[in-house]
Design a binder for this molecule. Structure first.
Ligand code: CU
Length: 314
């Protein structure tokens, strides 16, 4: 029985280790979270150029806020154990026996369950609120932005470049991606050959480009400036060269650019030569359209429908 056992041989005033570890940890965790939110968050990818990018930046910051205390707890416990419970010369004591501790076990299970389930709920909500979070939602998007005045932009992928079609401007097509600020955009991403992926990094938009499929992704640009576009799916030997840039402009500048392009393409016969705007295209039109456009004397303007060419050694 306990009565017959010798009293603990450790010092009579054994400190409350649990409370000490907790106090060290809570101070470090609060400082770390304040630094993450104030100093690090503004520099986290992918920036705040669009609504979806800003949501992603906030999500990453919130995950960092949750992860830092967990990581710090491990380090604090490790450091505390290393300094306080290490073997010392002449100390042959095995230490007190270890028993189960219902409180610690319950705290562990409840704490980890709360962290994991919170991440699940948070992730789901963050997909819904910014209308798909900038990701491709397939041909029948479930989460749409409010309102109906979106600018529609078709992203046509082809080995090895992107071209863009604007159905609200007569279906004109261009290799330049211009978007007006503060207007929701619906990207309709498709491919003419193999699987590509449209990744407008600073816009926080990424959508697979599959032949025969209309993959829809939404965002709303909120700052003017340039952004990069990359193919994000290994699509052949020049996949690494399949990148470009886009620009967010004022509404007036966008309107001027788009209407001028539409007028030009109507005049030079390109609009008439292109197949009617559709959500996907039959890949066999590529060589045929190449011949038609060459006959019309329209060359070099855009990439798609021309026979695919190697961008480095054409
Ligand atoms: Cu590609």
């Amino acid at each position: 029985m306990a009565a017959s056992e010798a009293p603990a041989t450790t010092s009579p005033a054994e400190p409350r280790h649990g409370r000490r570890i907790f106090l060290i940890w809570i101070v470090l965790a609060i400082v770390a979270d304040i630094l993450i939110w104030t100093l690090w968050k503004p520099h986290m990818p992918p920036g705040d150029m669009s609504t979806s990018a800003e949501h992603q930046q906030t999500d990453i910051a919130i995950l960092a806020l949750a992860a830092a205390p967990v990581m710090l707890f491990v380090y604090v416990f490790f450091g505390y154990a290393l300094t306080n419970w290490r073997h010392r010369d002449g100390d042959e004591d095995d230490g007190p026996p270890i028993f189960g501790h219902t409180g610690i076990q319950a705290t562990w299970i409840i704490g980890t369950a709360v962290v994991v389930l919170s991440a699940f709920v948070f992730g789901t909500v963050e997909l819904i609120i910014p209308a798909g979070a900038g990701a491709g939602e397939g041909p029948l998007p479930v989460w749409k932005p409010s309102g109906s005045n979106y600018l529609q932009v078709q992203v046509i992928s082809q080995q090895w470049q992107f071209t863009y079609r604007y159905p609200q401007f007569g279906g004109m097509e261009t290799t330049q991606l211009l978007l007006p600020v503060n207007r929701p955009v619906a990207f309709h991403v498709t491919s003419l050959d193999v699987i590509h992926s449209f990744w407008a990094y600073q816009l926080g938009v990424k959508a697979d480009a599959n032949p025969g499929v209309d993959n829809v992704a939404y965002t709303t640009p909120q700052h003017t400036g340039g952004f990069t576009v990359r193919c994000n799916e290994l699509c052949g030997i020049w996949h690494g060269a399949m990148f470009g840039s886009g620009r967010i402009t004022t509404t007036a500048a966008f309107q001027t650019w788009a209407t001028a392009n539409e007028r030009l393409q109507r005049r030079n016969g390109l609009l008439a030569a292109l197949p009617p705007y559709a959500l996907s295209y039959d890949p066999t039109v590529i060589p045929q359209m190449g011949k038609v456009l060459v006959k019309l004397g329209i060359t070099g303007g855009a990439g798609y429908y021309y026979p695919p060419s190697d961008p480095v050694t054409p």
